[in-house]
Ligand binder design. Structure first.
Ligand code: PLP
Length: 445
């Protein structure tokens, strides 16, 4: 239907006339013209002019198993034929939904045995937000409602998701954050660390959580949320002192720890989940993206035994859910996606093979005159651009510099993203060594 030559050649104009894009300056976009991505294979996507790009961003941090997986298409086709939809409300489930819940928990650690399904990471944010509050209410602590999150964090675009996120420019649109959410500093040593060593800085910002809890009163705080590695905020890898201290504080102050695994989950860091990489045990963990490698929209919240026990035995009817919670076709896609990750050993591949190879190649960019730091964990990487390496001074217009570099990359057939003056990469977990070399060479250029 979209395949006629005439329609394809008009697609840009049709898009400009009718399609409002997320996170896009529509005036600029319409003037510049939308890039139309038409097909994909492996780690490459092709636009409507036939130009080939190495997608070093895996779509939007999500196509972990790479493009063109026929097995997922077949699983989806078969599921649609057998049962295209049924709900999981009011006493029913479907086989792929239930089997997916079990499959996820096989990899989530001994205390993480339950899943509540959503359609996206944003909905997962709204979901755990409510779970955290009803949990404490059911335990007779109804004042424990406040949520502490981090500046520059990203947790989605719904009202709760955008409020939990710490992006000021998002808050300005829609009078956010909503009440009851407060933000503390992020562990962004390069820009905010001053004269402290990374280790000292990691402890300092972690202890801001303790100070904030004391200021609000632990009796009023429900949870702390953070991404294991802040993604959209710039791939901010925390100093190694950070997570152990956060974990200690949450335990001592008795507040729930929420690890937002929407990017870090399903192998990106060389572990099934980011919290495993950092050795912490969260109470709740929103997931999406890599759960289905983006083939169909599905998300969820992993719920620990501690919280699930209260949900099942004390809360009873949790008045929350989506028509498509646990959608059978999306669940079938996710099950097949996880089967591929397991069968091809992709988590281990990232941890032991391509991750270390990538790390070395990425690090080699550090000698470039405008690269201040080149950090990566597994296949998640950030490149800080700087005007002066010695003083870590930033360019006068960080956004312009990032955009310039990103645009050059795209012109040269490499898709990456820029957040301010940080370049971000998160290629599919199947990227080959040759493709890593190609990516680094283009980026250096
Ligand atoms: N949480 C994190 C850490 C994310 O990176 C994102 C999206 O990028 C979300 C939540 C929101 O997920 P979605 O876009 O699927 O709603």
């Amino acid at each position: 239907m979209l395949k006629t030559v005439e329609t394809m050649s008009n697609l840009g104009a049709i898009d400009a006339a009718h399609h409002l894009h997320p996170f896009s300056d529509m005036k600029k976009l319409n003037a510049a013209g939308t890039r139309i991505i038409q097909r994909a294979e492996g780690v490459h996507v092709f636009d409507s002019n036939g130009k080939k790009y190495l997608d070093a961003f895996a779509g939007l941090w999500c196509v972990n198993v790479g493009y063109g997986r026929r097995e997922i298409a077949d699983a989806v086709f078969n599921q649609i034929n057998e049962l295209p939809y049924y709900n999981t409300f009011f006493g029913t489930t479907t086989p792929p939904t239930t089997l997916l819940a079990q499959k996820i928990t096989e990899h989530a650690g001994p205390k993480m045995n339950h899943v509540f399904f959503t359609n996206s990471g944003s909905e997962a944010s709204d979901t755990w937000f409510r779970i955290a509050r009803v949990y404490w209410k059911a335990l007779g602590k109804p004042t424990k409602t406040k949520i502490i999150a981090r500046k520059n964090g990203y947790h989605g675009s719904t009202v709760a998701g955008a409020s939990l996120g710490g992006m000021k420019w998002m808050h300005e649109q829609g009078n956010l954050p909503i009440d009851g959410i407060v933000h503390i500093n992020q562990p962004y040593w390069y820009v905010e660390g001053g004269d402290l060593s990374p280790a000292e800085f990691g402890l300092k910002v972690a202890r801001e959580l303790e100070e904030k809890i004391d200021e609000l009163g632990a009796d009023n705080v429900a949870a702390f949320v953070a991404e294991p590695i802040q993604g959209a905020g710039g791939v901010i890898v925390p100093p190694e002192t950070y997570w152990p201290e956060i974990s200690r504080i949450c335990k001592e102050k008795d507040i729930l720890l929420v690890s937002d695994e929407v990017i870090c989950g399903f192998g990106r860091l060389g572990s099934w989940f980011g919290y495993q990489h950092f050795g912490v045990e969260p109470d709740l963990a929103p997931v999406a993206k890599g759960l289905s490698s983006g083939y169909l929209p599905i998300g969820g919240v992993l719920v620990s035994d501690r919280v699930a026990e209260v949900m099942v035995n004390q809360i009873g009817d949790f008045a929350h859910g989506y028509t498509y919670s646990g959608h059978p076709v999306c669940a079938a896609a996710a099950l097949e996606n996880i089967r591929i990750i397991e069968e091809e050993g992709l988590v281990e591949r990232v941890r032991d093979d391509i991750g270390p190879y990538f790390a070395e190649a990425w690090k080699s960019l550090s000698d470039h005159e405008i690269v201040g730091e080149a950090v990566s964990v597994g296949l998640m990487a950030g490149l800080q651009l700087t005007i002066d390496k010695a003083t870590r001074r930033r360019f006068a217009k960080p956004d312009d510099v990032g955009t310039l570099v990103r645009n050059h990359c795209v012109e040269n057939g490499l898709i990456m993203r820029a957040t301010g003056d940080r370049m971000l990469a998160s290629p599919p977990l199947v990227i080959s060594r040759g493709e890593v070399n190609e990516m680094i060479a283009t980026l250096r250029k």
